[in-house]
Design a protein around this ligand. Structure first.
Ligand SMILES: C[S@@+](CC[C@H](N)C(=O)[O-])C[C@H]1O[C@@H](n2cnc3c(N)ncnc32)[C@H](O)[C@@H]1O
Length: 322
């Protein structure tokens, strides 16, 4: 049974991830009341997805570049393969079949993908923290000739850990997620040539290869040492790094340590990330766009000022060029 607070949080999440905006007070009250009257959260999510606001959003300039993935498998076969693994992170629609209960929506994924050129003919791409691999497969559909997707081993979230005091909501979301299996399922469905390696970003120097561009989406704030990660990435790329992640609203170059192992890391202001990029050696570092989306679900802070700062945070989309 979910508490009122949990229901409210979920509805706020629907506003942010589906409608890409902050909820209005009346809207929140309306949906909380609906949940209290017996509607399930899945029903409420459906209403968001069927709303005219979402359909207008779907026709935005980013969604029109959404990939139309091809497969030689029938819808039934794709459905079976989707059902063979759980915990989908990325939204995919292949034929008439979709991944369900995904952590991100196509809308969000295409907002991030606005940074990826529509023509990647002949390019070499490194996707760091690829998870289910949406961005890798998107790059392949845009003509990239070589793509390496890496992700670390998922930390072991034992029952003892999940009952312990360090647990945060994000842990329960991640529990039982088998990202490599999901990636391999998609690779098979798409008959893809994308290469996948279980690898920590800190071990990138063991790869004897360079890439035109690296994607570093949604990872830096999970890291204990993001600066070291950027240093490891730098020599592996010839041209640019595309970066997305939570950013704290501040004009100063600050970082906040959310010491919440195994997911917690340093959450930075955009100014901080830009300065890290420049100090590491990138010639041009630019913040291209931002999207409202707080990250208090990761945090256990009791400091009201910090809570406020985290609640007002956004996702930033950056391009660092050599
Ligand atoms: C929030 S998800 C983002 C997934 C995907 N890049 C996206 O933007 O949709 C973070 C991903 O980074 C991976 N990750 C976290 N720490 C990592 C590390 N040290 N090295 C490699 N991958 C890491 C996680 O396993 C997870 O798949």
């Amino acid at each position: 049974m979910m508490s009122q607070e949990q229901i409210k949080k979920k509805i706020i999440e629907y506003y942010r991830t589906i409608l890409c905006r902050e909820p209005d007070k009346d809207g929140i009250e309306y949906y909380v009341k609906m949940a209290n009257n017996g509607a399930s959260l899945d029903n409420i999510k459906e209403l968001f997805l069927e709303s005219s606001e979402y359909s207008i959003l779907k026709s935005t300039k980013f969604l029109k570049h959404a990939p139309s993935f091809k497969t030689s498998f029938s819808d039934d076969e794709v459905q079976k393969m989707f059902d063979s693994v759980d915990g989908w992170y990325h939204y995919f629609k292949i034929g008439n079949v979709e991944t369900t209960n995904t952590r991100t929506t196509m809308n969000y994924q295409m907002w991030v993908s606005q940074i990826i050129p529509t023509d990647l003919n002949g390019m070499k791409i490194l996707d760091i923290g690829a998870n289910d691999g949406f961005y890798s497969f998107l790059c392949e559909s845009r003509g990239a000739k070589r793509i390496l997707a890496i992700d670390r081993n998922q930390p072991e979230l034992t029952d003892t850990y999940l009952k312990g005091e360090n647990v945060c909501q994000y842990d329960t979301i991640l529990k039982n997620k088998r990202q490599e299996e999901r990636f391999q399922v998609l690779k098979k469905i798409l008959n893809s040539k994308v290469d996948y390696k279980v690898m920590n970003v800190y071990n990138l120097d063991s790869i004897n290869e360079t890439f035109d561009t690296a994607l570093f989406f949604g990872v830096y704030y999970h890291l204990e040492n993001p600066v070291l990660a950027f240093q490891k990435i730098f020599p592996k790329i010839n041209d640019s790094l595309f970066l997305s992640g939570h950013i704290i609203e501040s004009k100063d170059p600050i970082m906040y340590l959310n010491d919440n192992k195994p997911h917690g890391g340093w959450f930075a202001s955009s100014e901080c990330l830009l300065q890290i990029g420049e100090k590491i050696g990138f010639k041009k570092c630019v913040l291209l766009d931002t999207l409202d989306m707080n990250f208090d679900i990761y945090s256990r802070t009791t400091d009201p000022d910090m809570k406020d700062l985290l609640n007002k945070s956004k996702i930033g989309l950056f391009k660092f060029s050599k």
